[in-house]
Design a protein around this ligand. Sequence first.
Ligand SMILES: Cc1ncc(COP(=O)(O)O)c(C=O)c1O
Length: 455
Amino acid sequence: MSIINFIENYRKNPRTLFTTPSHGQGDFVFPKSLKLLGSKIFQSDYSEYDGFDNFLNPTGIIKITQDKAAEIYNAKSTLFLVNGSTSGIIAAMLGVLERRDKVLIARNCHKSVYNGLVLSGAVPIWIMPEYNKEWGIYENIRLDTLEEVFSKNRDIKAFIMTNPTYEGVMSDIYRISDICKKYGVILIVDEAHGALWNFYKAMGTPSLLQGADIVVQSLHKTAGALAPSALLHINRESSVNPKRIKEALNLITTTSPSYPLLLNIEECINYLGSNKGKRKIYELLKNVSRLLRTLRTIPNIQVYSYNNDITKILIKLVNVSGFEFSDILFYKHNIECELANSQSVLLLTGIGTTNSKLKKLEKALFEISSENIKIINKNNSQKQGLVVEPRVRYAPSAIWGKPSKEIELKYALARVSMELITDYPPGIPVLFPGEVIKKEHIQYLKDRQKIKVLI
Ligand SMILES: Cc1ncc(COP(=O)(O)O)c(C=O)c1O
């Protein structure tokens, strides 16, 4: 029986529980929480009671539901994650990497990769995706560079990359996985922003189906589930051992199954896989496509279109920086973007994005376009991306917790950074702990006074 069916049945004849959690399935809820959340979510908050399952070693309803999901995704194994893609990325790294193993990482990685490096003890080698100055975003990794790095470093164990990028740029995972296979490298794809693809392949081809070994997806970002629910899939053809990945996940995840999240994950997958779900995704795509077509006709508005997932709307206002554009949307039109950079703004849509919301955006953009906006200071007021080859002096695990001190940035040349500095945007780490501070970093970070360095 699946999680949802089991809970529906259990509700018909609930037991008198002297167990955790202590709110007693909503018998007591703090007053403000009750007002804001209601008690319904508490009513489904169970623990490991008889007939329920064990989250770390599932043999019952959780296992059955996960196995069914694996079939839907055509995976060797699918794990439900209640600590987001963050936990999936760390588990994937802990599951395949040993201390001092070399791992190639595309620099536009999420910060959870840093956590994975500290915990696994693996040593990073970095590959820089190409920077698109006109849009202020990072795009693809050059395949010839990838091949060159592998051929020079025959001992690389795994490659971690993000597909699609935050802005929706998609990579050719077929070719990347072929290259990885040629060099015996395990391909881990952070597909946090691509969870709808499995259910509507015209949007994008899931990395798992293109040959990635391990794929991690957030279900809350685009697919409508509660935050922070996510999935980890292992490819049927992969040599990666699912047992090892599960053991790794168990090192870092909670022992308490969150049934509200688990049942929501189950329904998310079932719903999106149903005809209703497909229609809902189709409706989203139709509405976004219509909006994009209209935006292309608005004077002074430009729309990014390059092999990207169209649900991530990247636009710019001619002669106005993305930061200023975002401020206009926010302060004059009460519209909040996901992020802005020196050139453009990113607006994310997902399964819950209504057409009326898109229409509001469209109306605001028509108004903005017709105003005579004069705040033009695009290039010198805002940062461009920093494209400098990182120099790793120590693996993050080797210096984590080591003594450090703050010094003035201007004296930091050639010192070892103890900070993870990720500049949002463009959202790519400028410096990782353990990396040597170069003069380009000092110039780029000139707005900062101080930096923490290794003593
Ligand atoms: C590319 C990418 N990967 C992973 C994550 C982490 O996802 P989660 O919030 O599900 O832990 C994020 C979150 O912003 C992300 O943008």
